[in-house]
Design a protein. Structure first.
Length: 311
């Protein structure tokens, strides 16, 4: 197939492009390079099955493809909060632009939504049937509510125009090609450990997150892409390695062998206190079964940062 991957030069996007090319697909990688990086895709530029399109998803575009995978949106907290109105446009205008192509071409769209649609969840772990606890006017809303609106727009294109949709709610994912300056817990803690800087634990560090290694998420995306059952989701994908953030920081310190210390700093506003995916539906509908242990995944990610950052 010829597959359009929007956000194809980002962390998840470039890992997905690599997998799709290895499986014999033709890949159109669309990116505005706001948080995507040319370094992530440099090794595919000479591959005749790989094409790069520099374009902003929030502006209308016309493409020819057999399948669309929509990943385009700044996804780390500092990046999506830098220009919140743009983040909202990427989510809302972006999905309209994607879906208009899908409607014209009569092709499916696989969309990556987020665990952020659950907000600061009162139900734990979070099943897809939980409607969430989201503040519409918080500094996280441009992302949370933007992603929720995108899910609504996808559902209505499916009901109104019969567009074939597949919606994944992605939980915290990490691995090679994360940005050094992404501001996420995983990248910050690894980079700080390698540089011998204090690890910045936000708040008391008792908030929890569950971390998924990138190859497991890519496996899930491919399973859903290839699924012919008509299942539309939304479906959670991630892993159940749930840690308090302070314990996770200590794990990174022990694996890196770093002498860095923990530094407790102010908790960002509206930071969700717990997050862990209920993966029952993904297992049942798609046979999704993440395999990579957190220590193994962290070691690979640490190796990547050792090679790519100056420290
Ligand atoms: N966090 C932290 N120190 C950091 C970066 C993040 O303690 O340097 C915390 C953050 O407050 C949140 C958790 O780690 O509770 C995960 O943050 P991240 O930005 O990785 O993902 P998200 O908040 O989107 O789940």
């Amino acid at each position: 197939m010829r597959i359009l991957v929007t956000g194809g030069a980002g962390f998840i996007g470039s890992n997905l492009c690599e997998r799709l090319l290895a499986s014999g697909h033709e890949v159109l990688c669309m990116d505005n390079f706001y948080t995507g990086s040319k370094n992530n895709i440099r090794e595919y530029l000479n591959n005749p099955s790989f094409e790069v399109i520099r374009r902003d998803i929030s502006e209308p575009f016309v493409i020819e493809a057999d399948f669309i995978i929509n990943l385009a949106c700044p996804a780390s907290v500092p990046h999506y909060q830098k220009d919140p109105l743009k983040t909202m446009k990427d989510n809302v205008f972006g999905i309209f632009n994607v879906l208009e192509n899908a409607r014209r071409l009569k092709i499916p769209v696989l969309h990556t939504s987020t665990s952020e649609v659950y907000g600061s969840p009162a139900v734990h772990p979070q099943p897809e049937t939980y409607n969430g606890n989201v503040n519409p006017v918080s500094i996280r809303s441009c992302y949370d509510e933007g992603k929720r609106a995108a899910e609504t727009i996808l559902s209505d294109y499916n009901r109104q125009y019969g567009v074939d949709i597949k919606v994944i709610r992605v939980f915290n994912t990490y691995g090679p090609r994360m940005l050094e300056n992404d501001g996420r817990a995983v990248s910050n803690f690894i980079v700080q450990s390698l540089k011998g800087e204090d690890l910045t634990v936000y708040g008391d560090g008792k908030q929890t997150r569950s971390f998924c290694y990138i190859s497991d998420l890519i496996d899930g995306i491919i399973l859903f892409m290839e699924d012919k059952s008509g299942f539309t989701g939304p479906v959670n994908m991630g892993n159940n390695y749930e840690f308090t953030i302070v314990d996770f920081a200590k794990l990174v310190l022990s694996i890196t062998g770093s002498k860095s210390k923990l530094k407790f700093v102010e908790l960002p506003k509206d930071d969700p206190i717990q997050r862990d995916p209920d993966l029952t539906l993904a297992k049942k509908m798609l046979g999704y079964n993440p395999k990579v242990g957190v220590e193994e995944g962290l070691k690979k990610t640490i190796e990547y940062f050792k090679k790519t950052i100056k420290y």
